[in-house]
Write a protein that binds this ligand. Structure first.
Ligand SMILES: *Cc1c(COP(=O)(O)O)cnc(C)c1O
Length: 509
């Protein structure tokens, strides 16, 4: 079983010795002098440094070993099971990585003339068409850099639509369910809307009564994840769409959970007007740590006129950028988005095809329900919101009983899993489940891995009853022991770089 390496690795600034160097390269000063004249006068004065930067001085071998050791202290989806619910941490086939790093792709410059980048334009154009087909939308914009960015674009599109209809002043509210991801209300607020929260019913679905009470002539739209963050399919989606549309609002689909419905059903067919896709979750891009990702947005025919420019068009012979869209909300990101991420999605879709994508959905659902069956038997864990109902790609267990009976919380379970070489699931989200453990195995794990995970969970919960101390103090076998959760996320104590560290110590770099 893989566990993180645990070295006492110093920061690179505390390594090496003055005067030590890596490569010995030929002196270039003379050549530079020939090309641009004296260095001192060639660089404008305000851009010259008064002192040499304080860089670590190491040999090449020291640098290599330092970074390899750091990488071995890391844990990723290539190291083992990574059931981080909602995030869809699936294994990403290496062929997509190879394609994205081909020089023909990664040496393209966004300012190159259109005639010299016909190949990538064709790829992006086709990807837009495929994503439109997969989501049941009319046109797709590839620009947004993440899901949250797609949400922001989506809520701006809501605004553009209501403005076009002369109703911008009165459409001030966006409705989100209480199971929604935090980015939904954040995006709606950033676009200037007031957020109205609707509760879930006993089945874990949007309460129709509460939704009816919440819609009004102030409703700009509803943002919904389906299947929702409990992994439950909103069975009343037709009725939900009718209620929102009849009130004059639009339906926004948070596509973070597209994985389990790929090629089975489509948001567009459920009545959604605006759909974002988390390319880095569903369509194979390594993610975590902030990106880069891609959050393309698909819209219905009625909304296509508002999409950001440029649009890629094909005249039958050539692809080119079209800026001639008078109703466009202009731009949402520089150039055309994160092209290398989009290329991986193109390769992923091309290699799997319709049948392959459908199998992705089926196996992700099968795996989640297999785990549900096993975890339901564990003492201390419960599956809130209709435990008999099948889940889609993920499930949310509650450790509330375990906590009441033993003092061991969801957080403690998550930490103890690390001792077993398993990445922790998402905890304390969605907020409507106490002591939530949100588990998403994805389709890229084997049955043996699922069995192993269930066994480890069983063992940890047993330990909670027999030897709670060991779980309460976990992890014991990791590179760093338990972190101070508050300190680790507080802007005043978080130190993100060596420069910041030095500044805090009062040293100038
Ligand atoms: C991940 C996620 C988002 C946000 O997507 P990012 O790409 O991380 O910005 C939104 N909603 C849900 C349900 C998610 O899981």
């Amino acid at each position: 079983m893989y566990k993180q390496a645990s070295w006492n690795e110093p920061v690179i600034f505390n390594m090496g010795r003055s005067g030590r160097v890596g490569h010995i390269l030929p002196k270039v000063e003379d050549e530079i002098k020939r090309a641009i004249g004296d260095l001192k006068t060639a660089i404008p004065e305000n851009m010259q440094r008064a002192t040499q930067p304080n860089l670590p001085e190491l040999s090449e071998a020291e640098v290599t070993r330092h970074f390899i050791r750091l990488s071995e202290m890391n844990y990723g989806v290539d190291s083992g099971f990574y059931p981080l619910g909602s995030c869809t941490m699936k294994y990403n086939p290496k062929i997509n990585e190879n394609l994205a790093s081909l020089p023909a792709i990664n040496m393209i410059h966004p300012y190159q003339d259109e005639s010299t980048v016909q190949g990538i334009l064709e790829i992006l154009y086709k990807l837009e068409r495929w994503l439109a087909e997969i989501t049941g939308t009319y046109e797709v914009c590839l620009q947004p850099a993440a899901g949250a960015h797609g949400e922001f674009l989506g809520t701006l599109l809501m605004r553009a639509y209501h403005k076009f209809k002369g109703e911008n002043e009165k459409r001030t509210e966006v409705i989100v369910p209480d199971s929604a991801h935090g980015t939904n209300p954040a995006s709606a607020t950033m676009a200037g809307f007031n957020v109205v929260v609707v509760p879930s019913d006993d089945d874990g679905c949007v309460s129709l009564g509460a939704l009816k009470a919440a819609v009004s002539e102030r409703t700009a739209g509803l943002m919904l994840t389906n299947p929702n963050t409990l992994g439950i399919f909103e069975k009343n989606i037709d009725e939900i769409a009718r209620i929102v549309h009849e009130a004059g609002g639009l339906l926004y689909y948070d596509g973070a959970n597209l994985n389990p419905i790929l090629c089975k059903t489509r948001p567009g067919d459920m009545g959604f007007d605006i759909v974002h896709i988390n390319i880095h979750k569903t369509f194979s891009t390594p993610h975590g740590g902030g990106g880069p990702g891609a959050g393309p947005v698909g819209v219905s025919k009625e909304l296509a006129r508002f999409l950001p420019v440029p649009r890629i068009v094909f005249d039958g012979k050539h692809y080119h950028f079209d800026y001639d869209r008078p109703d466009s909300i202009v731009k949402i990101r520089s150039f055309y988005g994160n092209v290398a991420v989009l290329l991986r999605a193109y390769a992923y879709i091309l290699s799997l095809g319709f049948e392959g994508l459908k199998e992705v959905a089926e196996i992700s659902v099968l795996n989640a329900n297999y785990l549900v069956k096993k975890l339901k038997e564990i003492r201390g864990l419960t599956l809130p919101y209709n435990s008999e109902k099948p889940r889609k790609h993920e499930c949310v267990f509650s450790a509330k009983t375990l906590k009441n009976e033993t003092g061991v919380s969801a957080l403690n379970i998550a930490k103890r899993l690390l001792d077993h070489g398993i990445h922790a699931p998402t905890i304390y989200f969605p907020m409507i489940v106490d002591e939530a453990l949100m588990i998403e195995p994805t389709e890229t794990v084997e049955k043996e891995e699922l069995d192993h995970f269930a066994e480890v969970m069983q063992k940890i919960c047993e330990e909670a009853y027999t030897n709670p101390e060991i779980v309460l103090k976990a992890p014991h076998n990791t590179a760093v022991p338990r972190l101070d959760e508050v300190k680790a996320s507080h802007p005043r104590t978080m130190t993100l770089s060596w420069r910041m560290h030095q500044k805090r110590k009062g040293k100038d770099l």
